[in-house]
Design a protein around this ligand. Structure first.
Ligand code: UDX
Length: 445
């Protein structure tokens, strides 16, 4: 089948490349000519494990191409995916649909035969109706259907998620559209990936409900972590104890500095707004958003406490800046709030991140960057693990101890056993574990 993917951002690029890998012929379209030139030359605008090889292989085999010419890509496509950005609208948290509407208007005049226009961007309920209206008004004779097919790709594991999904959600009322969508995803049915065929509005809401539920799950365990610290319990063991209950499930129960990224913060807010607009508020999600916002600031306060209540003039070393490992994405990363708060309290920041430094430079100011984790720790008053990159999981703690001016390790991802850290002579703070207790020789004890 022939596919046009409008938007060569994260979702469009991964989805387009994976469809090509299934054997479909895919053209990815973007308005950014420099991005398209780079893609054609094999240079990707994002870091995603395995994606560069997959792009190269499918380009070589002639199934994947990149262009700025939307009309040409749409003209002979069986399915046109809209995978453009839907950022939070400044000020009110509603999803900004400008790019979706623009794409719909441009697609409208480029249609030449029956085509399924598929919303892959995360869009509020009813956006499919808007897209349909825009196309109908711009091109009354067009033969098309509008479907919704939300993505559930995790950054860092997006190819795996696309090729081995827990489920595929397709919202399409028109049987012709259902048929095209089934054909597109047929390679996955062989793997028995469940297909949830539903109405368009249901599919649109399903995406928000999934992300809000996961954000709530993370927030729940973060609050349990706070409680664990107060009552002397261990949140990792609580998580295991509840996660083995199949009704709860073990995933998304890692306590940490709060969720970030391109999806959870934006999608929870958009769901809150949609629900309020319809007079049916989702109070659990509203509370989740508020708790998560406060948590990032609380993490900065925890670091300040670990530095004896004062970071003015102190050098704080930060390991990990991206919102999670295996990505260079800095969008809504907890590190941003944490670093801003520390800087406001007078700290000097030195940071190391394996992939995120270029993006970090766009959003953070007055930071020194180190070449590796040990150089980062050199002469610092505290070392803080904010993102759980694999490269940070087996650091030589004795070496860190020697490099640090003050032996304080604040591990916001719980990646070290407290005993190992204490053995290396470091004072250790983690999240929701008894490790909050300082090492034995600590005068503050
Ligand atoms: C998410 C969804 O998982 C995906 O299905 C959706 O389509 C896009 O949004 P992503 O944002 O890439 O994917 O990251 P994810 O792995 O879900 O993590 C989101 C945030 O939650 C990160 O900040 C992560 O650090 C945090 N998190 C996740 C935790 O703090 N603890 C956990 O147990 C899991």
């Amino acid at each position: 089948m022939r596919v046009a993917m409008i938007g060569a951002g994260y979702v469009g690029l991964v989805s387009g490349t994976c469809f090509a890998d299934f054997g479909h012929t895919v053209t990815c379209v973007d308005t950014d000519a420099a991005k398209i030139d780079n893609l054609r030359a094999g240079r990707l605008p994002i870091y995603e494990p395995g994606l560069d090889q997959l792009v190269a292989a499918n380009m070589r085999q002639g199934r994947l191409d990149f262009t700025t010419d939307l009309a040409a890509a749409v003209a002979d496509a069986d399915a046109v995916f809209i995978a453009v950005g839907t950022p939070s609208r400044r000020g009110d948290g509603h999803a900004d649909l400008t790019y979706v509407h623009q794409a719909a208007a441009q697609i409208a005049t480029a249609l030449t035969r029956y085509t399924v226009v598929v919303n892959k961007s995360t869009v509020p309920v009813g956006t499919g109706d808007q897209v349909e209206r825009i196309i109908r008004e711009a091109n009354p004779a067009a033969d098309f259907s509008v479907a919704s097919n939300p993505e559930f790709l995790r950054e860092g594991a997006a190819i795996e998620d696309f090729k081995r999904p827990d489920r595929i959600v397709i919202g399409a009322e028109d049987p012709r559209a259902q048929e095209v969508m089934r054909d597109l995803y047929r390679p996955l049915f062989l793997n028995q990936a469940p297909l949830v065929m539903t109405g368009r509005r249901t599919a649109e809401l399903t995406k928000y409900a999934a992300n809000a539920f996961l954000a709530m799950k993370v927030t729940f365990i973060n609050e349990m972590a706070d409680l664990c610290e107060q009552v002397g319990a261990n949140v990792q063991e609580v998580a295991r104890g509840i996660g083995l209950d199949k009704r709860i499930g073990a995933k998304f129960l890692h306590a940490g500095p709060g969720y970030g990224g391109s999806c959870f913060p934006k999608d929870t807010l958009a769901l809150v707004k949609t629900a309020q607009d319809h007079g049916s508020p989702v109070r659990l999600v509203e509370t989740t958003v508020a708790i998560n916002d406060a948590r990032k600031r609380a993490m900065a306060a925890r670091i300040i406490t670990a530095c004896d209540g004062d970071v003015a003039g102190k050098r704080i070393a930060i390991l990990g800046l991206t919102f999670k490992p295996n990505t260079d994405d800095m969008r809504d990363a907890p590190s941003i709030v944490i670093i801003n708060e520390l800087q406001a309290a007078g700290a000097r920041i030195i940071a190391y991140d394996p992939e995120g430094v270029d993006q970090a430079k766009q959003v953070l100011r007055d930071i020194d960057y180190a070449a590796d984790p040990y150089a980062c720790a050199d002469g610092a008053d505290a070392l803080v693990i904010v993102t759980e990159w694999d490269a940070f999981r087996a650091l030589d703690l004795n070496e860190l101890r020697k490099r640090l001016r003050h032996p304080a390790l604040i591990d916001l991802r719980n990646i070290y056993p407290p005993e190992d850290v204490a053995e290396a002579g470091l004072r250790y703070w983690s999240v929701g574990r008894p490790s909050g207790a300082p090492a034995a020789d600590d005068p503050a004890q």
